[in-house]
Design a protein around this ligand. Structure first.
Ligand code: NDP
Ligand code: 2IT
Length: 449
């Protein structure tokens, strides 16, 4: 016990110093190490070879200038990044985020989470993440294309189908992946599976756009079934209204649940009658085509729009945060618990703050962290890579069945490593240890590299 404390303190103080200006990265590392350190303690090989220290230092972090010219003919300069975190079990794999908040700390937290998430899928993918502080909001089609081309001109030097395979994340969807792919193909003169989330006409996989949301709902259904329950008839609160939120809502409806909320960075809508198929079609059009604001939903359907607030005070059984990091804090968690919410599944990456996680754990809320619950997106990206390598496409049913099977396996892994003495499943612990073991063993086997 004393030894564990010592190692914890050493690790915590050295990593805190080393990454002093990276709060999100430290938050992610501490959340994971809380579960990993007691486990690592029992395996001296991991301690001796400093596996956790190695895993928290990126293999490589690339930062580059992205110059481009806007529609007014003015020069704009953004910053581009690719964090190549760990390639012990496969090529770096992870999304690209375009959002003004993007910085080294946020991308390192995402890349670190991605190592464990990708391992949990069972597919051979390492961890990486990238992006830019470019803000796609309000930009014309031509500006988006010019930015993507300039970004890829530099990024193309560091990626490839066997080295690093980026995909989408916040602000990067099918449109951006198309422009990025076009520029890579032009620069390299090759057609390869260098990106995932591609259009179906040029190597994309069926179900990839739906995969994160569908996978999240499959995972939550597994959690409920494990305790003899199901999503049917449940009241669900969702945050976000982008890619992950949209397909989360769709699958919840298919499973017979009632979805009461959706949000964006300006606030949330509360629809007590529930979002149905027709209203969801309005959200798709609003967000993916018109690129409008969620408050227009409230105007159209005559329900409440609550500006500058998160939806956690709405009474529900299940909460699915699907927008961004740290969007669900301790107060939000207490509201959820007070209103009887007993399952939280993270569609977003690290949406719950450490304070919120403590509230969930203290109140025995079943809490599924993003690295387990939202792994369906990268899992189908992995399946897109397989299909590209085979030069073949699986049907929608085939991909969906594989996705469901992968989510069920991740659930089993969480139960295996996270089941406590009284039968309570600590999904956070299960996901952290379950994701870690494979990467740690691969790192040990490959020596100090
Ligand atoms: P989108 O860009 O499609 O949608 C993002 C949504 O989150 C929008 O509704 C957006 O609102 C909201 N949002 C973004 N930033 C903020 C912010 N700072 N404050 C409040 N709301 C915000 O992204 P995705 O749906 O792809 O991603 C959502 C989350 O899911 C992210 O955490 C991402 O990392 C994670 N994820 C995504 C995967 C994928 O395959 N796409 C896979 C696994 C996880 P607004 O439009 O106003 O900005
Ligand atoms: O956070 C994530 O897992 C993603 N944004 C998807 C990454 C991918 O490579 O599909």
């Amino acid at each position: 016990m004393e030894e564990t404390l010592e190692i914890t303190n050493d690790f915590v103080s050295s990593i805190s110093l080393r990454h002093a200006n990276e709060p999100e990265f430290l938050q992610a590392v501490f959340e994971v190490s809380e579960d990993l350190i007691p486990y690592i303690e029992k395996n001296p090989e991991y301690t001796k070879h400093k596996i956790l220290e190695c895993m928290t230092e990126p293999e490589r972090a690339i930062i580059f200038r992205v110059p481009w010219i806007n529609d007014k003919g003015e020069i704009e300069i953004n910053r581009g990044y690719r964090i190549q975190m760990n390639s012990a079990i496969g090529p770096y794999k992870g999304g690209l985020r375009f959002h003004p908040s993007v910085n080294l700390s946020i991308l390192k937290f995402l890349a670190f989470e991605q190592i464990l998430k990708n391992s949990l899928t069972g597919l051979p993918m390492g961890g990486g993440k990238g992006g830019s502080d470019f803000d796609p909001k309000g930009k014309s089609e031509a500006e988006i294309m010019k930015f993507c081309q300039s970004f890829m001109t530099e990024l193309s030097k560091y990626i490839g189908p066997n080295t690093d395979v980026p995909a989408g994340d916040i602000g990067v969807g099918g449109r951006e992946i198309g422009y990025l792919f076009g520029q890579y193909r032009r620069l390299r003169g090759e057609f390869s599976g260098v990106l995932t989330g591609k259009g179906l006409e040029f190597g994309g996989s069926l179900i990839r756009p739906e995969a994160t949301g569908y996978g999240l709902v499959y995972f939550v259904e597994e959690m409920l079934q494990h305790k003899g329950d199901s999503l049917k008839g449940k009241q669900v609160v969702v945050s976000g209204s982008g890619n992950v939120a949209q397909y989360t809502i769709q699958k919840c409806l298919e499973m017979g649940a009632k979805v009461l909320t959706a949000s964006d960075s300006e606030g949330y809508i509360y629809d007590p009658a529930g979002i149905d198929e027709e209203k969801l079609a309005f959200i798709y059009e609003l967000k993916n085509v018109k690129r409008g604001r969620i408050k227009e939903y409230a105007k159209k359907y005559g329900c409440d729009f609550v500006a500058n607030e998160k939806p956690w005070s709405v009474k529900c059984d299940v909460a699915l945060p699907c927008a961004t990091q740290n969007e669900l804090d301790e107060n939000g968690a207490m509201e959820l618990v007070k209103n009887g919410c007993h399952i939280v599944g993270e569609g977003a990456n690290m949406p719950s703050t450490p304070g919120a996680i403590t509230v969930f754990q203290d109140n025995r809320v079943l809490y599924a962290p993003g690295k387990a619950a939202n792994a369906g997106g990268v899992a189908v990206s992995g399946l897109e890579m397989s299909q590209n390598s085979m030069r073949y496409n699986w049907t929608r049913e085939e991909v969906d069945a594989k996705l469901k099977w992968i989510m069920q396996n991740i659930h089993k892994t969480c139960v295996k490593f996270g089941c406590e003495e009284d039968g309570f499943i600590n999904y956070k612990k299960g996901a952290n240890i379950g994701g870690f073991v494979k990467v740690a063993e691969a790192m040990l086997a490959q020596g100090l590299v």
